[in-house]
Design a binder for this molecule. Structure first.
Ligand code: DC
Length: 236
């Protein structure tokens, strides 16, 4: 579907471990669009804070973190062909480290800080200023790109999500239990939905995609159909 046709801004929001980024990367590849993983940006800031010992027992040294935001340079190297997306923090490849449980456990408190969000939203708007972008996160359709052409809100049963995350981490050799992962998924859902700053909500004009019982092939077919319909609608 690549070519001269109308390019869209596609916003994918939803709960953690729903497979948002896998789907977003796949769609970006099929459409020849750029992909931006906004969760990785919040994870990168969290890693920076952890390395500076600014997070202890769910308490965060906000002042130091906010004062340092301009020193935290986040960039991506995305290879459309093999769909690998590497996140860099001040030039260092941090892709593996930001997926570890230590970061997952602390990222929600960082993502709840208004100044952090303001800073990252600005960067995200810059990354996606030209159409032909797939961006995934929690507030893409509501805050970052409220005028996105296509908004998808992804969800799946928490236990199914925990199992998927568990399989992923286990394959990488992380020693975690399913109970730990489920607790992390539920904790993040709760914080994401109840935080004051840009809580996770479905935009009024977003389409819900519950993939608890969908195969990746069925899911892709559904989303590609929505994209096709949207392009036809825009072109007509
Ligand atoms: O998608 P993820 O699990 O990598 O996201 C990591 C955390 O960042 C998650 O707890 C919610 C937060 N996040 C957010 O608040 N806003 C976004 N646009 C993306 C992620």
């Amino acid at each position: 579907m690549e070519g001269k046709q109308t390019k869209l801004v596609i916003a994918i929001d939803g709960f953690s471990s729903c497979g948002k980024s896998t789907m977003a990367k796949d769609i970006a590849k099929r459409m020849g669009y750029i992909y931006v993983d906004t969760g990785a940006m919040y994870r990168a800031v969290t890693l920076y804070a952890l390395r500076n010992n600014w997070i202890k027992d769910d308490n965060i040294d906000k002042k130091n973190l906010i004062d340092s935001l301009d020193d935290i340079k986040i960039s991506f190297q995305y290879n459309q062909e093999n769909q690998s997306n590497i996140t860099f923090l001040n030039g260092e490849n941090i892709e593996t480290e930001i997926r570890q449980l230590k970061v997952s456990d602390n990222v929600s408190i960082v993502a709840a800080i208004a100044e952090v969000r303001k800073h990252l939203v600005k960067l995200q708007q810059e990354f996606g200023k030209d159409a032909g972008v797939v961006m995934d996160g929690r507030d893409i359709g509501t805050v970052v790109f409220p005028n996105a052409d296509l908004k998808i809100f992804m969800t799946a049963d928490p236990l199914i999500r925990a199992q998927r995350r568990y399989d992923e981490l286990k394959a990488k050799g992380d020693l975690v239990t399913i109970e730990e992962i489920l607790a992390n998924v539920e904790k993040r859902d709760h914080i994401d939905q109840t935080r004051e700053e840009s809580p996770l909500t479905k935009a009024d004009d977003a389409i819900t995609l519950d993939n608890s019982h969908l195969t990746p092939v069925e899911q892709t077919a559904q989303v590609m159909q929505w994209i096709k319909d949207k392009i036809t609608e825009k072109d007509s």
